[in-house]
Design a protein around this ligand. Structure first.
Ligand code: DGT
Ligand code: CA
Ligand code: CA
Length: 366
C-alpha cells in the first residue's frame, strides 16, 4: 500500500495571527518585526502578509529597507510577540494531533503527518481528511493553511509549497513521476546551492533529469549514501517515516551545593526547590512517574545514583519528596566522599489518568 503523507504549513503565520487579532489590518501591508533596539529601525522583518510581499518585502529583510519599500502604502509595522504565536501554534498542533495517525511538528507553523492507516491508503479519503483539517483550523483560529499530500515527505512538502496560500495539492502515487519531471532540483528537500551547482555542471536541473541520471555518476560525485538519497528524492521514493513528536521520557533537576557535604538532610534541603520544579513539569505535561532517581556528583565529578520504582504511576509531590530523601540516605551511606552537586530525576513517565490518585497509596516496590 502506498503511504499517505501530508505536510501542513500555515500561511504568513505571524502576520496572519496579527490580522486575526486586528481584522482592519487585512486591507493593509503588514510586517511583523524583530527590533534589535540599537536604533528605532534596527532589526529584521520576521514575516510579512501577502500585500507587503507584493511590494517586495520578505522575511529577513532589514526593517529600514522594508519601510522604504512600503513608504506611502499605509503599512502596519508590528512588533513580534513570540509567546502569542507559540500559544496559537500549540492549540493548532493539539487539533492536528487529534486528526491524524502520526504527527511530526517541524516548526512553529508546520508539521508532517501520516494518515496511511486511517485512510487505508485511499487518496480520496485523504483529501477529505486534509480538507477537514484545514476547515477545523480555520474555524478554531480563523487562520488559513496550505497542505500537500503524497507518498513521501519530500512530495508532501513540495505540495504544501505549491498550494500556498490556502490551498491543497494532492500528488497521487501514480502521478508522482510525472509531477516530479519538471520540478527544479533546487526545490527538493536536502538539495542546497552547492549540490545543485554540482548537478548543474552534470547537466541536471530538474528532478526528472536527476531520476534519469546514471547512479554510478551520482555516486562518484556525491558518494554512495547521498547519491542514493538524491535518486530517492528525485523519484519520490524517499522512505523517511513520519515520526511522532518526541514526548518527554524524564524530568530532572541538578543543583550545586553551597558547600560539599554528604549529609542527606542538607543535600535534600537545598534540592527542595528543584524537586518542586520537577513536580511542576509533571503537572504541566500531565505526567505521572514510576521511577525516582537520586543523583550525587562528587568532587571528582564521578556520578552516583540510587533509584526506586513503583508498581504503578505516582503523581504526588509528597511521595516524590519522601522517596528522594530516603534515596539520599542510601546514597550517602554508599559513598566515601562528599557530594558537590545533587539532583533528582523522575522517569517511567505516563499520562495521569483518573486512577492515579489511588496509586499514590501503593507501597514502593524495591
Ligand atoms: P508562508 O508560509 O510563505 O505563507 O509565510 P510564513 O510567514 O508562514 O513563513 P514560514 O512558514 O517560512 O515561517 C513561519 C514563521 O516563522 C513566520 O511567520 C515568521 C517566522 N520567520 C520566518 N522566517 C523568518 C526570519 O527570517 N526571521 C525571523 N525572525 N522570523 C522568521
Ligand atoms: Ca508558513
Ligand atoms: Ca513554515
Amino acid at each position: 500500500m502506498a503511504r499517505v503523507v501530508g505536510h501542513i504549513d500555515l500561511d504568513y503565520f505571524y502576520a496572519q495571527v496579527e490580522e486575526v487579532e486586528e481584522p482592519s489590518l487585512k486591507s493593509r501591508p503588514v510586517i511583523v518585526c524583530v527590533f534589535s533596539g540599537r536604533t528605532d529601525d534596527s532589526g529584521v522583518v520576521s514575516t510579512a502578509n501577502y500585500k507587503a510581499r507584493e511590494l517586495g518585502v520578505h522575511s529577513g529583510m532589514p526593517i529600514a529597507l522594508a519601510k522604504k519599500k512600503l513608504g506611502g502604502k499605509d503599512a502596519a509595522v508590528i512588533k513580534m510577540e513570540h509567546e502569542k504565536y507559540e500559544a496559537v501554534s500549540g492549540r493548532i498542533m493539539e487539533e492536528l494531533e487529534d486528526r491524524v495517525d502520526v504527527l511530526e511538528p517541524t516548526g512553529i507553523d508546520e508539521a508532517f503527518f501520516d494518515i496511511t492507516a486511517s485512510t487505508g491508503g485511499d487518496y480520496s479519503k485523504a483529501v477529505e481528511a486534509a480538507e477537514s483539517i484545514k476547515r477545523a483550523i480555520f474555524e478554531r483560529e480563523r487562520l488559513t493553511s496550505s497542505v500537500g499530500l503524497g507518498r513521501s515527505k519530500i512530495i508532501a512538502k513540495l505540495g504544501s509549497d505549491m498550494a500556498k496560500p490556502d490551498g491543497l495539492k494532492v500528488i497521487v502515487p501514480e502521478e508522482t513521476e510525472a509531477f516530479l519531471a519538471s520540478i527544479p532540483v533546487t526545490k527538493l528537500y536536502g538539495i542546497g546551492p552547492k549540490t545543485s551547482a554540482t548537478l548543474s555542471s552534470m547537466g541536471i536541473r530538474t528532478a526528472g533529469e536527476l531520476a534519469g541520471a546514471q547512479p554510478a555518476d551520482l555516486e562518484r560525485a556525491f558518494g554512495r549514501k547521498f547519491g542514493a538519497y538524491l535518486v530517492a528524492a528525485a523519484t519520490g521514493t524517499d522512505a523517511d517515516p513520519v515520526v511522532a513528536g518526541l514526548e518527554p521520557t524524564q524530568f530532572s533537576r541538578i543543583i550545586t551545593l553551597r558547600r560539599d557535604t554528604r549529609e542527606p538532610l542538607e543535600a535534600f534541603d537545598q534540592l527542595s526547590k528543584g524537586i518542586e520544579r520537577v513536580h511542576q513539569k509533571l503537572i504541566d505535561s500531565g505526567k505521572a512517574f514510576r521511577t525516582v532517581t537520586a543523583i550525587g556528583i562528587l568532587a571528582d565529578l564521578s556520578i552516583k545514583t540510587k533509584s526506586r520504582s513503583f508498581e504503578a504511576p505516582v503523581d504526588d509531590v509528597a511521595v516524590l519528596r519522601d522517596v528522594t530523601l530516603s534515596l539520599f540516605e542510601d546514597l550517602s551511606r554508599s559513598v566515601a566522599r562528599d557530594f558537590r552537586r545533587v539532583g533528582v530525576r523522575v522517569s517511567g513517565l505516563s499520562a495521569v489518568d483518573s486512577q492515579s490518585s489511588l496509586t499514590q497509596f501503593l507501597r514502593p516496590a524495591r
